[in-house]
Design a protein. Structure first.
Length: 59
């Protein structure tokens, strides 16, 4: 399986978890204020048996 697909799947899983946990609310941005920026952080996690797991986090 293509690595790009695995990263996309990891991002989708993280996004679904954030939505399920109702991590944020969308609100109207006050005039004169700027929205916070975010970015994706990617890493591998080694599981037992040496298998790599693709992990992503929105920070």
């Amino acid at each position: 399986v293509d690595a790009r697909k695995k990263w996309e799947q990891a991002m989708d899983e993280e996004h679904q978890a954030l939505m399920k946990n109702q991590t944020w609310d969308l609100v109207k941005l006050p005039e004169g204020k700027r929205a916070l920026q975010n970015k994706w952080v990617f890493r591998f996690k080694e599981e037992e048996g040496g298998k790599k797991r693709y992990k992503s986090r929105l920070v």
